[in-house]
Design a binder for this molecule. Structure first.
Ligand code: B3K
Ligand code: ZN
Length: 864
């Protein structure tokens, strides 16, 4: 690639307002697989006085006709990905006819065919693959859309309300849709297909009846009730917690098989990856049920945070995504277990986000420089973005936070705005100064905190000194405003009142300086401090707790999250201490006893117990080391798991046998299945006839959570039953690709030496398809993320498998390729042999002809 051909970066600092507005947009689609005609009629108005050219974006379009005010117009040129039109009047109607080819569009961006149905994906910049447009989020327009297609496409859908439909003269049919709300092009959607539909209604709190419709592939109606119930719960929750009501008269969700992400919040017409919609007890796990509810909620919540108020430019993506993730997390927490939702969120932060933030793709939640926008739908923008919103919630409290939200909507409804506008609304509504806090939007990297405790028995004083250090390469004076929540436990495990000189102290400390000391008096004995309670800020906390203190926190902290966190620290401490002699690694009697107590108790929150007895993931341990010691971590954790399995075998057995799963999806049954699943996980490591028969029974269950618990237990334990159980599953589920994804993921987990050949053979399996992102992620994504020993083989064969795949995907679907590349981004953190082998794969990509912008941006950053 020569320098001039290299994809160019865009900078936040270069933002300028648009020179035209598009007051209204009329689109007509004449759908044909290879030759779809798109007619666009734009009502334009200049927004500045100068006679500047109108520059429209367009990719892979064939321009057929161009008229201004009903007259052919030739004062334009097509330059690369732009259509430049000169000397337009102050106000005019621009008509353009273009042709596109949905069938050959494998990028799954723009208009494409998914299993026979037409559908669109426009965020971030896919609309330009449909027609020439000012494809930027600050150009808001109303839309009228006419869709013409063969009658075999029974449903013709777009945003808003259907205002007309009928037959065309040539025996096809049409539908016309009107969206009264102004929206940016990224929220446009069109779907045409022959679906089964589940219809329902929802009455809003002001008494309006909303029509709900869920469109799925023929034969899938039995898998739709959970998604529609989730939608109704989300609608009600948003009214209750945020006082936000739905605005259109109809809300549609379409499930498609070929989709790059989970789902898309297009106004009034969400398009979903079918795996985030379809579920029944036989085909979906409890985790799938939870994910579906959360994603249905997430897309629904975007209607206000994203659609009614949208982003000025794509650098502000976290404005809608961080906020909407915060909202969906709160939704899940209000409806289910707050502690488990917090645990899930923090796992994502500590493993994926911290590692992104420490690697070559590190960026602030509001990035300043972007080559390919699709590369910035990241755990940083989404999940760290949500943590930043959560910290504001902690600092302001629920009441003030809600006032801030109200003010934000009052000021900005119908506008495209920035993260600064959001923070200003929060600050103005609460009268809390957030100027230092705003640095969270500009800094990348994970801040580190050090906590030094001191107890003075004589004076009964406890002091806590907190030091913050900015992540590398940050500007000077970059101290952050960090809400640091604490709890002090006495010897009996009771929470101690926080007072100083007779005054009650807040349990959330405002850390704003580099070093700050907080003092508490009337503390009768040395307290055990629970620090960064509930993960009150997305930081790495360095604390050298003793095993005694961690066990104390695990037993007594008021925050279930912090109990879990202490248990994680116990395991991490044990792994670190075993690093010098991995072959002798052994958990202490105290830790084993604590685990035994948990398994024996079988009371309280069983789902939490399941989390407490689970060893952290490889990634969690890896995050603790500058250079990741792959072999040592695997050896030590394998020994720990075997030790737990052996020493607590009878406890796991009796726990498994005494818990009765009634097969329902209520929280209690879900918790029981979670704990039984963990029991099976350990039991499978102690091979005997009783265990084998338990496993066979579970694998034969009509509940997918139980089936998968059994299969994953045998695969991870290399249990002799795994071959036959997997074969049985394949023959039972070959007709259902979504279920087969679970099978592909299990196949990818085999830690045997022939794992790579096995995966290559599975590329030929009738259910596998390189152009379907779900299949690729199930098989190769699971391999590269979870099959640690085989992916990180010293001979580099695991890396080569991924490298080969990326070369193939680069040509089919660059967005998916770019996401699959992630494991290579941290190559520098591995030992020399592995780092070299990973780097070689990155170099192979760098030298590839036709490397997509998506891969180019990441490969280039990784290598330099
Ligand atoms: N907004 C979409 C993501 C679009 C990704 C584009 N590459 C889904 C969501 O976050 O709700
Ligand atoms: Zn979102």
């Amino acid at each position: 690639m020569t320098v001039s051909e290299q994809p160019q970066a865009q900078y936040l600092k270069d933002y300028t307002a648009p020179n035209f507005s598009i007051e209204h947009t009329e689109l007509t689609f004449d759908l044909q697989p290879l030759n779809t005609k798109v007619t666009a009629l734009l009502t334009l108005k200049r927004t500045t006085h100068e006679n500047s050219a109108l520059v429209l974006d367009g990719i892979d379009l064939q321009l057929i006709e161009l008229e201004v005010d009903n007259t052919p117009y030739s004062n334009y040129k097509v330059e690369g990905e732009h259509l430049i039109i000169n000397d337009l009047p102050h106000a005019c109607q621009l008509k353009m006819v273009t042709k596109i080819s949905p069938q050959t569009n494998t990028s799954l961006e723009g208009l494409y065919l998914s299993g026979g149905a037409y559908c669109t994906q426009c965020e971030a910049q896919g609309f330009r693959k449909i027609t020439y447009f000012m494809d930027r989020p600050d150009v808001l327009s109303t839309y009228d859309v006419t869709i013409i297609a063969d009658k075999s496409f029974k449903q013709l859908l777009s945003n808003g309300n259907e205002i007309d439909s009928g037959e065309t003269q040539d025996g096809r049919h049409f539908a016309k849709w009107q969206d009264p709300f102004k929206k940016p092009s990224y929220l446009f959607a069109l779907v045409a297909g022959d679906f089964d539909v589940l219809k329902d209604t929802y009455t809003t709190k002001s008494g309006r009846e909303i029509e709900l419709a869920l469109f799925v592939d023929k034969g899938n109606l039995s898998k739709t009730p959970h998604a529609i119930n989730s939608l109704k719960k989300a609608m009600q929750w948003d009214e209750e917690r945020f006082d936000l009501e739905y605005d259109l008269d109809i809300y549609m969700i379409v499930a498609v098989d070929f989709f790059n992400m989970g789902a898309m919040e297009n106004k009034g017409l969400n398009v979903f990856n079918s795996k985030c919609v379809l579920a029944n007890q036989e085909t979906a796990t409890d985790k799938d049920y939870h994910t579906i509810e959360s994603i249905v909620g997430h897309e629904y919540f975007h209607n206000w945070t994203g659609n009614r108020v949208t982003c000025r430019d794509w650098f502000q993506l976290s404005l809608k995504e961080g906020l909407t993730v915060f909202r969906d997390q709160e939704f899940s927490s209000d409806l289910g277990s707050r502690a488990l939702n917090r645990i899930d969120a923090v796992k994502v932060m500590r493993t994926h986000q911290f590692s992104e933030d420490a690697g070559p793709m590190a960026h602030p939640i509001r990035p300043e420089k972007v080559i390919e926008m699709n590369n910035f739908y990241t755990v940083t923008v989404y999940d760290k973005g949500a943590e930043v919103i959560r910290m504001m919630h902690t600092l302001l409290g629920e009441v003030n936070f809600q006032k801030g939200m109200q003010l934000y909507f009052e000021r900005h409804d119908g506008q495209a705005v920035t993260c600064d506008d959001f923070v200003a609304a929060m600050s103005d509504a609460s009268a809390i100064d957030l100027s230092q806090f705003k640095r969270w939007y500009n800094q990348s990297g994970t801040p580190r905190l050090k906590a030094i405790q001191h107890y003075d028995q004589e004076k009964q004083l406890f002091t806590l000194t907190v030091e913050q250090s900015a992540p590398l390469n940050q500007p000077d004076n970059s101290n952050l405003h960090i809400p640091f929540a604490i709890e002090l436990l006495n010897e009996k495990g009771e929470s101690t009142a926080l007072t100083y000189q007779g005054e009650q102290q807040d349990h959330v400390l405002n850390v704003t300086e580099q070093t700050q000391t907080f003092t508490f008096d009337s503390i009768e004995s040395r307290p055990v401090a629970v620090l960064l309670e509930d993960f009150s800020a997305p930081c790495i906390l360095n604390q050298q707790n003793s095993e005694h203190d961690l066990l104390h926190i695990m037993r007594f902290a008021r925050s279930d999250f912090s109990r879990w966190d202490a248990q994680q620290q116990l395991f991490i401490k044990a792994v670190k201490e075993a690093m010098d002699a991995p072959e002798q690694a052994k958990l202490s009697d105290n830790v084993i006893t604590a685990l035994r107590v948990l398994v024996e108790a079988q009371s309280g929150d069983l789902a939490l117990i399941a989390e407490l007895i689970k060893l952290p993931s490889f990634d969690t341990f890896a995050a603790e080391f500058e250079i990741i010691q792959v072999d040592e971590i695997i050896t030590i954790t394998t020994r720990f798991e075997q030790q737990i399995a052996t020493q607590l075998a009878s406890e796991f057995l009796s726990c498994y046998n005494s818990l009765v799963d009634d097969g329902s999806i209520n929280a209690n049954a879900v918790a029981i299945r979670a704990l039984k699943g963990m029991c099976l996980h350990y039991l499978a490591k102690t091979q005997n006839d009783e265990v084998s028969s338990i496993i066979s029974n579970a694998a034969d269950s009509s509940n997918m959570t139980n089936v998968l618990a059994a299969l994953s237990a045998v695969v991870k334990a290399s249990h002799p039953l795994s071959g036959s159980l997997l074969n049985h599953f394949d023959s039972q589920w070959r007709h259902d690709v979504l279920v087969m994804d679970k099978w592909f993921a299990l196949q990818a987990m085999h830690a045997d030496a022939d794992a790579i050949d096995n995966i290559k053979a599975l590329y030929e399996h009738p259910s596998f398809d390189f152009s379907n992102p779900n299949r690729v992620r199930a098989l190769v994504g699971s391999f590269s993320h979870f099959n640690t020993s085989q992916f990180h083989r010293e001979d580099g064969k695991g890396y080569e498998l991924l490298g080969d795949l990326l070369i193939k995907l680069n040509a089919i679907n660059p967005q998916n390729a770019s996401r699959m590349l992630t494991p290579f981004m941290s190559w520098k953190r591995f030992d020399e042999t592995r780092a070299k082998a990973m780097k070689a794969q990155l170099q192979r990509l760098a030298n590839l002809d036709g490397l997509s912008a998506d891969l180019y941006e990441k490969v280039e950053k990784a290598l330099n």
